[in-house]
Write a protein that binds this ligand. Structure first.
Ligand code: GLC
Length: 435
């Protein structure tokens, strides 16, 4: 296996892409207290209806969304076609509870797909297995349903088989009526509600027959809490093509139980909510996000970074700023992200390595006293360049480093043994072309 590459059929483009945009959008943008508002506040269908009646995203412009993602260096995007509240952002024939029936009057999924495909991004759809609006989804006693404590629901009959027909029918619509879909992102399994409870074999057979190239997440059995059988030596038919740790980057990346790397994608919010939350201003800095993207890639993983558009259909200003700042770094440094993965050298003290074949990238986060040591590559370097401007980085032989022949040494100023600030505070990337 070439360093930085896992050879896995369907997921090859995905592992080369490394960076994508998650979009959580729906009626919950109006109450603006996150996408779980119905569950947290135990809001009934009737009380929630006012948001459906009101939904008018006057500034919804998927082309500007797509441009923002593209300029940030993202290669794919995943939109919530339906979240747990059951509201559909697409023109499903199986429900009236859809964006085309609101004042917006638009098939948001279709417009999203058209806009992002035009910018050259791959496209994915998130589909919630849970549905808090459908009459045949278990309510009373379910751990999450908004009516879980409502006695009036206690003896209310429901027919889960009918819900499953609906779920399968909608997934079939998404896979049939909207052209090529690159990712289907199911969410999520819990307790008994897992695997064949969703008729998962049939569902995956259907999805793969309608969309032969599609890749699937692992949440027909998993969730943020567990990976399901994708990490075992005997994954089920519906184990999925990649694992998706949530709000967390695993210390060593993700491998199966035999130590073979498996594709994975950390999904992460910019603040602490997926859906728009007006009071949540705890946004991560662009610096932190860039460094975490590098960390994911250094562990053979992807980063799916979320934005929650507001009720008007716009990305929050903070999210726009973050995407722009990431874009500035990606413009010059994306060679160290795309097509890259875990390096053949161990993690250095001052940051991370990523690698694409004979190109080894040193992501330097912390400056050094004197020359900076790069372990393992001494005598193997054909040339070294600062990625941001293409300038030559000389390999040094300072008087005070000669006792350390295992290391190559570099510096960022004229004197080999002096101490200089790093040229780029967020992440100074040096490309080593190895022999
Ligand atoms: C979850 C949450 C959710 C979010 C998702 C993203 O499981 O239920 O609201 O959509 O994770 O990973």
């Amino acid at each position: 296996m070439e360093a930085g590459k896992i050879n896995n059929r369907r997921t090859e483009w995905f592992e080369n892409a490394r960076f994508g945009l998650f979009i959580h959008w729906g009626l919950y943008a109006i109450p603006a207290r996150g996408e779980w508002v119905r569950s947290f506040e135990e809001i009934s269908n009737d009380e929630y209806q006012k948001y459906f009646d009101e939904f008018t995203p006057v500034f919804f412009d998927p082309v500007s969304w797509a441009k923002a993602a593209k300029n940030a260096g993202m290669k794919y995007a995943v939109l919530t076609a339906k979240h747990h509240d059951g509201f559909c952002l697409f023109d499903s024939a199986l429900t009236d509870y859809k964006s085309t029936n609101t004042k917006a009057g638009r098939d948001i999924v279709r417009e999203f797909l058209d806009a992002f495909r035009s910018e050259g991004l791959k496209v994915g759809l998130y589909y919630s297995l849970l549905d808090w609006h459908h009459d045949d989804y278990p309510a009373y006693g379910d751990p999450f349903h908004p009516m879980r404590n409502n006695k009036a629901y206690k003896d209310k009959p429901y027919n889960f088989e009918k819900y499953l027909d609906y779920l399968h029918g909608q997934v079939s619509e998404l896979c049939t009526n909207y052209g090529k879909i690159d990712i289907m992102w199911f969410d999520f399994s819990y307790g008994e509600m897992s695997g064949e409870k969703w008729r998962a074999t049939k569902l995956v057979e259907m999805v793969r027959s309608l969309q032969p190239g599609i890749i699937l997440d692992n949440r027909l059995e998993g969730s943020g809490e567990g990976h399901g059988s994708i990490t075992t030596s005997n994954p089920s038919f519906y184990a999925g093509d990649f694992a998706c740790p949530e709000q967390f980057i695993p210390a060593e990346g993700i491998t199966d139980e035999n130590g073979n790397p498996i594709p994975w994608e950390a999904c992460v919010t910019m603040n602490n909510n997926w859906g728009y939350c007006a009071s949540d201003k705890a946004f991560k800095s662009p610096k932190l996000i860039i460094r975490k993207l590098v960390e994911c890639v250094s562990k053979n993983g992807n980063l799916l970074l979320n934005v929650g558009p507001d009720a008007n259909g716009e990305f929050p200003a903070e999210s726009v700023y973050i995407l722009e700042q990431i874009g500035k770094w990606m413009k010059y440094n994306s060679k160290s992200i795309y097509n890259c993965g875990k390096a053949e050298y161990p993690k250095p003290e001052w940051g991370y390595f990523t690698q694409d074949g004979k190109f080894l990238y040193a992501h330097i986060f912390d400056g050094n006293i004197g020359a900076l040591p790069v372990k393992g590559i001494n005598g193997k370097v054909k040339k070294a360049r600062l990625l941001a401007d293409g300038s030559e980085i000389k390999l040094l032989n300072a008087w005070n480093t000669r006792a350390y022949p295992d290391y190559a040494f570099i510096n960022f100023g004229p004197n080999e043994s002096h101490t200089y600030p790093l040229p780029y505070e967020i992440d100074t990337v040096v490309e080593f072309e190895l022999e």
